[in-house]
Each structure stands twice: as C-alpha cells, then as structure tokens.
Design a binder for this molecule. Structure first.
Ligand code: NAD
Length: 547
C-alpha cells in the first residue's frame, strides 16, 4: 500500500461512437483499415522482454477475403512455452509486490489508449481479422475492452476495501494476495475484449500470465500487446504465445507453478483441460483455479401475449449480429402458431434487407464467418435441414466460400422441438424456430413448453422470454431459473454490458464466474488473514478455571 487510501476514478461505460457517414471516426477507421490491410503485419511471440520471431509462421487472412494475406504470426515450440513460464515466474517477484495503485494506473492508461489513439487501430484489426462490421468492432474491441479495464480497477479497489471486524485488543486485516504461480489465459476468436480481459484481469490482481490467443484473432491480439506495452506493463507479466493449442496446454499444465486457467471457448475444449488438470493434480504446488466460460444454445421463448414486432426484432438482432458468432446469440426460438405468420413476414423483411459482404463497405450488416471449418460445418447443417422431413429452411439457406466465408442468414423451422439444430451449438447465422400450438392455451401448456425449453440443451448461458402477461413472465422466470445465467425479459439475449449485466452461465456453459465483475476478480486472489494482538496474554488460565 502507498501512503494514502487512494480513490480510483469512477468507472463509466465508454460511449459508443456512431460512425455515421461524414463523421471523423468513420474516416479515420477506414484509412486505418486500408493501412492495416496492406501492412503485412508480423506478429511475434512476446516472452519476457523479447519479441521472438521463430521463423515458423502461419498466414493471417481476412475471413471475408481469404485469398488476401494481411500478415503472419510466429509459432512457438515447446522450449518457448517453457521459457515463457520461466519469464513469468521471474517477473512475479517484482510484480506481485508492486503497490496496487501502480498496477491500476497501467490498466487505466491502457483503457485511455484504446479509447483514444489506438481506437481506430484496434477496431480496424478486429474488422479485418475477425470480419466484424464497424458497430460490432466498436462495441467489442473499443468499448467493452475499455469497460473491462476500468471497471476491474474499480472492483479491485472495492474488494480491497472489504475488511473483517476487529474486537478489543486486536486488529484483523485481509490481504488479497495474487495466486502463487502463474495464470494461463486461453481466449476465443469472437471477442477482442475477452482476449484483452482474460490475461489482464488476472494481472491486475498481481498475477503473471501466459496468454494463448486464438489463431483466428491474431491481428487484434497484436494490437492488445502494443497497448499493454505502451501503457507500461512490465516485461514478463503477460507473455503471449501462439501455436499448437494441445502442445502449449500440455506444457503449461505440466508446470508445478501452474496456478489457474482463465478460459473462454467451446465446452469440449474446456472439459478436456479440466480433465488434464485433474490428472496432474499431484504435480501442483497449489490447487489451481479453474475458470471457464463456454458454449451456449441460447433461447427466445414467446408467450401468445407477446408483441410480434418486438419478438421479430429480437430475433433479427439477437440471432444474426456478428453472424450469430456470439456465445449469447439466440439460436433456438419457441413461437406461438397464432403469431408465427406475422413474425415470419417481419423476419423475412428484415433478413432480406441485410446486406452481406466486407466490413470495409459500411452498408454491410452481415460479414463472413470466421474460417473454412465453421463455414463447412454450417453449410452441412443447412443442407441436412433441407433434406430432413422434420425441418424446413424458410429464409436464406445459401452460402458461398469462393471469396469469403459467407453464409446467408438462415431460418430453419423444426417440427420437433428436439431437432438437432434446436440442441447443438452451431455458432453461425442460423436460427431454428419451433412453432407451438397455442389454441385454447392454458397455464399448464405454457409450463409444459417451459419444461421443454429447460431440458433441451446441455447449456445454460443466456435466454429471453417475451410475454405481455406478468403471471406468465413470473412462471418463466421461476421455471427457467437454471436454464440461463443471463436471463432477459422482453429483450434479446445478447449485448451484455460490463458494469450492468455481469456475464456467464452454468451447466455446460461454464463456471459462471461472471466476467466483468468482482466475483471474477476474486478467483485470481488467495486471501490472507492477518490477526495482530496488541497486548498478548501471559497466562493460559481462563476465569472458569478459578477456585
Ligand atoms: P475454441 O474452443 O475453438 O477455441 C478457444 C481457445 O481454445 C482458442 O484459443 C483455441 O486455440 C484453444 N484451443 C482449441 N483447442 C484446444 C485444446 N485442445 N487445448 C487447449 N486449447 C485449445 O472456441 P472458439 O471457436 O475460439 O470460440 C467459440 C466458442 O467460444 C463457442 O463455443 C462460444 O460459445 C464460446 N464462447 C463463450 C463465451 C462465454 O462467455 N460463455 C464467450 C465467447 C465465446
């Protein structure tokens, strides 16, 4: 602690810029886009003070223009991962002792760099590398990342302020120590903000980290490291390593100093990592913290009393923004037969008005899906739905990978509420709708439907109910208690904002440690209680032992 109880600046959500035609931010981001597109960026490994170019490289290509190469990134061998662990542990000596306000200042500065001089660069990198339109890039890589950095500082200060009571003659204090070892952060392709947050939230609490970004997020990962460096993050505190995820993970999990994993990605990968940690448990100096936010099969369920236009808009935005590649994206929808014709017309109108193409053309609402693997998987499910008796493709259904990985926003109607695309996470611009019979509708039938919603998938991430009847809303809120960690009433299930809707789900969707909250930061600390007695006892005898 320094010489004062410092108050941190009040965190407020970073305002979202409009990028309207003629705005200065639009002009700047388009110029930066062109620059980056032709820059042939080379992304090194960041290990300790070194930027290592191993010479073994992979190409970086925009998903919407996969014939064009925008850069390369370097691949680590096992020895580099071992070196990164050594460097992290070396850096820990000074970092874990540094006063909290010094750590806070680094990450507050990083937020201001992103909000200001790096805003266009991090947005353009996200647009090119992850195929996001400017609005999706802005709310993610600029605003949400700033929010994570600033709110985490505020939460850390609040947490440090939480102290135990003391009784006469002694003073109890709690110290929020960093974990004894290093934290391994593994991040997904779909949110630049998550990539920045997973290593930095642990580092803010005094930990050192190895960060393994997704191979499909390398451009914006590089910008994040540039920002951390410029903000003054000491060498070795966050080490960025890329390469074979299995090799990197096995090497990391073999280290006795492994103290925790901060993961976001798919469910099966997380379960595999959990299993390996379990098998290695006797190797570690400390019980590792295991934090993972994973897949989802997020729902919208509409009661017959809901408003068709509101439901249609929630599907258009909730299922298709960023091509449905949000863990929170609506992908299974339950609609009453009486409202379906109107909702279908509205949905068709919306989807037919979506333009699809490169994010550089700002009139495009939809861009490409992340890579060929995702494209082929989605095309396969669409083809199967076209063949299956139980399903019908009612909107969209076309795809083309000749230039970029473009999948037309697609709506499948499934007769069977357990049809495969009602249950499996597809992670793309495909939504499946089950239309239920609402003739002579009763509370009992609503309860049966909610039971189906609750039991249909292994996940429990997000979901929304639309209803104009408060009793029916209340029943859904109660019956779907465990179906979603983020539950929405009369709203789409996407778009959680740091400081407002802490995010995470349970069941197969993760450990629900709520990214962007104090609950998450607590996982990166190990509390030490210090009791100090001012005038210690000098006689063991208690009064009850008296004559
Ligand atoms: P992914 O699981 O393919 O990859 C995530 C990370 O894990 C990447 O860095 C990847 O390289 C790494 N990885 C892959 N195989 C590995 C292995 N065998 N061992 C160790 N690491 C490995 O996920 P993705 O495609 O990048 O992201 C999409 C998934 O992430 C979806 O399932 C989505 O629902 C989920 N997601 C969840 C949240 C949430 O908050 N719940 C947020 C974003 C994304």
């Amino acid at each position: 602690m320094g010489k004062g109880f410092f108050h941190v600046p009040k965190a407020v959500n970073e305002p979202v810029k409009t990028y309207a035609p003629g705005s200065p931010e639009r002009e700047e981001v388009l110029l930066t886009y062109k620059d980056l597109y032709n820059s042939n960026m080379e992304v090194p490994l960041y290990i300790g003070s070194k930027e290592i170019k191993t010479g073994d490289t992979k190409d970086i290509r925009p998903p919407h223009d996969h014939k064009h190469q925008v850069g390369t990134y370097h691949i680590a061998e096992k020895k580099h991962i071992e070196e990164a662990i050594d460097e992290a542990i070396k850096a820990r000596k000074k970092w874990a002792k540094l006063e909290w306000e010094q750590r806070a200042a680094i990450f507050l500065k990083a937020a201001d760099l992103i909000a200001g001089p790096y805003r266009a660069r991090i947005n353009a990198a996200t647009m090119i590398g992850q195929s996001k339109n400017i609005f999706q890039a802005e709310i993610d890589s600029a605003c949400e990342l700033c929010d994570f950095l600033r709110f985490n500082v505020e939460y850390m200060a609040e947490m440090y302020d939480e102290q135990p009571n003391s009784s006469d003659g002694n003073w109890n204090r709690i110290e929020y120590r960093p974990l004894e070892g290093f934290v391994y952060a593994i991040t997904p392709f779909n949110f630049t903000a998550i990539s920045g947050n997973l290593p930095s939230s642990a580092a803010l609490m005094g930990n050192v980290a190895l960060w393994k970004p997704s191979a499909s997020q390398m451009l914006s990962a590089q910008v994040i490291m540039e920002v951390f460096k410029e903000a003054g993050l000491p060498d070795g505190v966050i080490n960025m390593v890329m390469g074979d995820p299995e090799m990197i993970t096995n090497t990391v999990l073999d280290s006795p100093d492994f103290a925790g994993v901060h993961f976001t990605g798919s469910t099966n990968v997380f379960k595999g990592i959990w299993g390996k940690i379990g098998n290695n448990i006797n190797k570690y100096k400390t019980y590792p913290r295991i934090v993972g936010e994973t897949g989802g099969k997020d729902f919208i369920v509409a009661h017959p009393t809901s408003n068709p236009k509101q439901v249609a808009t929630a599907i258009s935005r909730g299922a298709f923004e960023y091509q449905g590649q949000k863990c929170s994206a609506a992908s299974r929808v339950y609609l009453p037969e009486s409202l379906w014709p109107e909702i279908q017309d509205l949905l068709k109108e919306d989807l037919e008005s979506f333009k699809m193409g490169s994010p550089e053309d700002m009139s495009n609402f939809i861009n490409a899906v992340i890579h060929e693997g995702a494209f082929d998987k989605l095309a396969g499910y669409i083809d199967q739905a076209k063949k299956d008796k139980d399903a019908e493709v009612v909107i969209g259904g076309n795809y083309d990978k000749s230039e970029g990985y473009f999948i037309e926003p697609t709506v499948i109607v499934a007769k069977d509420a357990h049809y495969t695309t009602m249950e499996t996470e597809l992670f793309g611009p495909v939504v499946t709708i089950h239309v239920y019979d609402d003739k002579n509708y009763t509370e009992e039938k609503w309860r049966d439907l909610l039971e189906t919603v609750d039991n249909t998938s292994i996940y429990g991430l997000t979901g929304g109910v639309f209803s104009g009847d408060r009793y029916m809303t209340a029943i859904a809120t109660d019956m779907l208690q465990n179906a979603a960690g983020n539950f929405y009433i009369n709203d789409k299930p996407t778009g959680a904002v740091v400081g407002q809707q802490p995010f995470g789900g349970a069941r197969g969707s993760g450990t629900n440690d709520k990214a962007g909250s104090k609950m998450n930061l607590l996982r990166w600390t190990s509390v030490r209680l210090i009791k100090e007695t001012f005038v210690p006892a000098t006689d063991y005898r208690y009064p009850f032992l008296g004559e």
